[in-house]
Design a protein around this ligand. Structure first.
Ligand code: C2E
Ligand code: CA
Ligand code: CA
Length: 918
């Protein structure tokens, strides 16, 4: 070793290492060259010897493979017979597919217990969502729960074969395999579909054994055998027999494959042509890799039995080639070492070895620590996506034993919808992926990670995935998304989600030419529950109705809470309006029963409107508005009805909308007018007051009567504004008349129910009346209310009327006798005037009933001290009769029609002659 030369260019450490490197590389070079030459010679010698032994070993291997085959084939045949017999004995008998039928079937099959390799027999029952009753649905949910809880599985059949009974739901697009204890992989779903197509067919599909519950019994290949049961020929499948078979268990039953050989029973990738005819095929391959493939059929599907010699039968059957090789190698090493020792001192070699080993160990430990203790999942798959390695975190993250997934196709553990994404991302590069992966316990976990394509890297030649579990974050995200789109009280979709689903449904319907139905449902008299029992009870009622609706609706329908006591149901693929009505009928039936609220029994009534999409032009707004209009109509016709939206309603709605906007304009442009109809005292024929009646001076249509626009004004609330205007305007006009001709006179104004329920009705009227000082002008305001105003909410009305009386206002009951209320309210309400409806007046003299009613009202008025006014008096005979009966006042065309203000002549006596107006 050179001394440290002061001022030398190299640092001592550097130079030292350089010297050592130079010396060792020479030493190693010579040693390696010696070793290579020697080992080459030994290999050649060993190979020569080995080839001379080969034919003998081939024959031995072939014999062993043949006997394995002979043991396995009868096992497969026995299974095949069993499968056929289960299938044949089920078909046509299991049309009801009850649990009892299944129990009978399974216990009748004594052979099931002896079947080697059969893991489970499951009857998968089809339940159409259409025909699913609430009880069945519960049972189904229950069944599903049981499926998830390993210990509660019902074992119905022979003790060695776990058997299960599973209900499935069918959706439009196929069969949903709910509750099965395996990953719902594409192959299985396809197998179900294929089996369903031809009766008597058993389809075999691979099952990921790692995903079957009983992992110990199912390493290696496992298969699902599926045959459909058709109640009657040609009808859709009512159930499927679903059996799982373990390839390894079949092999084990056959006595294994001999000490030195390995055998795998699997689905044939490329079946031998003969197997399509159902024949078993002898050895078809014997190649340099030492494996033999044979074929047998199970349920009509070819299985392949591959026997391999993993450790090399040849080398084990004879040691001689090895001895030759071993001796050669030993000699080579000896020589190489000798050469090396000569080249380098022993000391130096040791240090190099130590250094290299230490650094290797450090980096290896570093890497191992990363992989072994990291919380991320590290997974290596080969080019065909079969798992080659999983980091130990697989146990903590996914519940699998450390090597349980090794050898399995990676993508079968991945949610079918996420498979394509991984394939795409992994193909030829590196990309971040998100995927749901099935946990050993059957649940889905969300993973996020990176997949890298290292197929070109000889050290890996496959894919590397690193991923971590983001299920918790996903859950929070889902919770937030859920809250934004669901009603907190009922948990049903809210308005936002409803409109989204409706848009989606309409887009689909436009594509496949079907209809979407919107069912609008509103509780009758919900306000009453809220007011009388309190909001907590109101909430409970809403929750209960939501629950019942969800149960009564079809599975795929969206049941949403639209607000308050309104629910909306969106139904896809509705063939016609009759079906929509049937669905709505079922919904009503589902909720139309009593509900217990506390100790109070409440009857729930609903009014329902239905609208059906017509074609691609139908928008979600149209459909919602139409269903709403139909519901409105149902309420109008009397609660508890179902109404379908039709063209008449459409034109009514259009008319209503037009009228509303025009009416708003009319108010702005001051197009409303008041006409006045005199009220006459029958005693002395003098005018005692006027009733103000509103009209609309339409710029094009001329004078429009109140019947045409008051209902719209009431619906839209415009009546409140109009009513206030009427009071102001009529008082202004009447005060002018009072000045011209001062007398005791009243002005009668009609007040609609909607006005009376305004919280500020008293304040608004007070603000108009008080500054006017009506008393000193000898003018009185009389408010005319209909009977229904008084009966709708008696408690509130009584208090409002009391306050109005305090303002000095008189109260009249209009159209008296046409309502259905009891007369007792007359006693409780501060009423001053009864106005006999004109239908009774018109029947005077020729209808005894009407005459009797008029007489009764007059004497009622007398008894209670109320003024009685007869409306619609058209003839002098009617006037005379009323006078004779003791009626106080009268109003009608006989005396005067409603008139424009400038037609009224004052002083007003004698009574103006009736004439046409407008
Ligand atoms: P109402 O309060 O019963 O008004 C009396 C109606 O009977 C008036 O019809 C009047 O023109 C009509 N009438 C009067 N005498 C006779 C008669 O001898 N024979 C017949 N056949 N009819 C007669 P109009 O003006 O068309 O008003 C209809 C309804 O519109 C009113 O019935 C009232 O309920 C409502 N209305 C009118 N103005 C207003 C208003 O300012 N506010 C509110 N809320 N409703 C109003
Ligand atoms: Ca009136
Ligand atoms: Ca009236």
């Amino acid at each position: 070793m050179a001394a440290h030369a002061p001022g030398a260019n190299h640092s001592p450490a550097r130079r030292g290492r350089g010297d050592r490197g130079a010396v060792s590389s020479v030493a190693v070079g010579i040693a390696v060259a010696t070793f290579v030459v020697m080992i080459g010679l030994s290999l050649a010698a060993s190979a020569g010897y080995r080839s001379s032994l080969e034919p003998d070993a081939h024959r031995r291997f072939e014999r062993d493979a043949e006997s394995t085959h002979e043991a396995v084939v009868p096992q497969v045949r026995a299974l095949d017979r069993l499968v056929r017999s289960v299938r044949d004995s089920s078909d046509g008998q299991l049309d009801t597919t009850t649990e009892a039928a299944f129990r009978g079937l399974v216990s009748g099959q004594a052979e099931l217990a002896d079947a080697q390799g059969l893991l489970s027999v499951t009857i998968v029952r089809r339940v159409d969502s259409e025909s699913l009753t609430a009880a069945e649905f519960d049972a189904w949910v229950e069944a599903q729960r049981i499926q998830l809880d390993d210990e509660n599985w019902t074992v119905l059949g022979p003790p060695d074969v776990p058997t299960r009974y599973v209900a499935t739901l069918e959706y439009d697009d196929g069969v949903e395999l709910s509750g099965l204890d395996l990953g719902v992989v594409d192959e299985i779903a396809e197998a179900f579909a294929t089996a369903s197509e031809s009766p008597g067919l058993t389809v075999v599909a691979p099952v990921n054994p790692g995903l079957l519950g009983n992992a110990a019994a199912t390493s290696g290949q496992a298969f699902a055998l599926i045959s459909a049961i058709h109640g009657e020929p040609g009808a859709p499948a009512t159930a499927w027999v679903f059996e799982t078979v373990s390839g390894d268990a079949v092999l084990a039953a056959a006595g294994g494959s001999g000490d030195d050989l390995e055998a795998v029973l699997m689905l044939a990738e490329e079946p031998h042509p003969l197997t399509t005819r159902g024949a078993d095929v002898g050895p078809v391959d014997f190649d340099a890799d030492d494996d033999v493939a044979r074929y047998a059929t199970l349920g009509g599907t070819p299985l392949e039995l591959v026997v391999t010699d993993p450790d090399g039968v040849l080398s084990e059957t004879s040691d001689e080639p090895l001895i030759v090789l071993g001796a050669g190698a030993a000699l080579s090493v000896l020589l190489a070492v000798l050469v090396y020792v000569l080249a380098r001192s022993r000391d130096m070699a040791m240090r190099m070895v130590e250094e290299a080993t230490a650094s290797l160990r450090r980096s290896e430990e570093h890497f191992r620590a990363l992989v072994q203790h990291g919380s991320d999942l590290i997974l290596v798959a080969d080019g065909a996506w079969n798992v080659r390695y999983t980091s130990p975190s697989v146990t903590q993250l996914l519940g699998y034993a450390p090597d349980a997934l090794v050898g399995q196709p990676l993508l079968t553990a991945v949610h079918p919808d996420d498979v394509e994404g991984i394939r795409l991302k992994g193909d030829g590069g590196r990309g971040t992926v998100e995927a749901r992966v099935r946990h050993q316990d059957g649940s889905w976990r969300h993973f996020e990670g990176v997949v890298t394509d290292l197929r070109d890297d000889p050290a890996v030649s496959g894919f590397v995935c690193t991923a971590h579990d983001v299920s918790e974050r996903k859950a929070v995200e889902q919770r937030l998304a859920h809250d934004a789109t669901h009603d907190p009280l009922t948990g049903l979709p809210n308005r936002v989600l409803l409109l989204d689903r409706l848009e989606h449904a309409l887009a689909l319907a436009a594509r496949d030419d079907s209809h979407v139905a919107v069912i609008f449902l509103d509780l009758d008299r919900f306000k009453l529950v809220n007011d009388s029992l309190g909001h907590a009870m109101g909430d409970r009622l809403i929750i209960e109705v939501g629950r019942r609706l969800r149960r009564a609706a079809r599975r795929a329908d969206t049941v949403a809470r639209f607000g308050g006591d309104e629910f909306v149901i969106v139904c896809e693929s509705v063939p016609d309006v009759e079906e929509a009505v049937r669905i709505a009928g079922r919904l009503v039936e589902g909720i139309d029963q009593t509900v217990m609220l506390g100790d109070q029994e409440t009857v729930v009534g609903v009014s329902v409107g239905i609208a059906l999409s017509i074609g691609p032009e139908t928008t979600s707004e149209d459909l919602m508005a139409d269903a709403d209009a139909a519901m409105y109509r149902a309420k109008e016709k009397g609660r508890g009805r179902i109404e379908v939206f039709n063209d008449v309603m459409r034109s009514t709605v259009v008319h209503r909308l037009n009228t509303e906007s025009m009416l708003r304009r009319a108010l702005e442009l001051d197009e409303l007018r008041l006409h006045y109809q005199p009220v006459i005292s029958l005693v002395d024929q003098r005018v005692v007051g006027y009733e103000a009646l509103v009209r609309w001076q339409h710029p094009e249509r001329g004078l429009i009567g109140p019947a045409e626009f008051i209902p719209v004004a009431e619906d839209t609330g415009l009546i409140v504004q109009i009513g206030t205007w009427v009071v102001k305007e009529s008082l202004r006009q009447a005060l002018i008349w009072q000045e011209l001709d001062p007398q005791d006179r009243f002005i009668a104004v009609n007040l609609s129910a909607r006005q009376l329920t305004q919280p500020d009705v008293v304040e608004v009227l007070r603000a108009i009346i008080e500054p006017l000082d009506l008393a000193s002008s000898r003018l009185q305001l009389c408010l005319e209310l209909t009977e229904s105003c008084l009966t709708e909410d008696p408690v509130a009305t009584q208090s409002v009327l009391g306050q109005l009386k305090d303002l000095g206002v008189k109260i009249a009951v209009d159209d008296f006798g046409t309502g259905f209320s009891s007369l007792s309210y007359l006693k409780h309400f501060p009423v001053d005037v009864l106005k006999i409806d004109r239908v009774f007046v018109s029947g005077l003299r020729h209808d005894d009933g009407d005459s009797a009613i008029v007489a009764a009202v007059i004497s009622l008025g007398e008894a209670l001290g109320l003024t009685v006014v007869a409306e619609g008096v058209e003839t002098s005979e009617q006037a005379d009769e009323l006078y004779a009966m003791g009626c106080d006042h009268a109003q009608g065309f006989h005396f005067a029609r409603p008139m424009a203000p400038d037609e009224i002549v004052l002083p007003a006596d004698p009574v103006p002659v009736a004439r046409e107006v407008g």
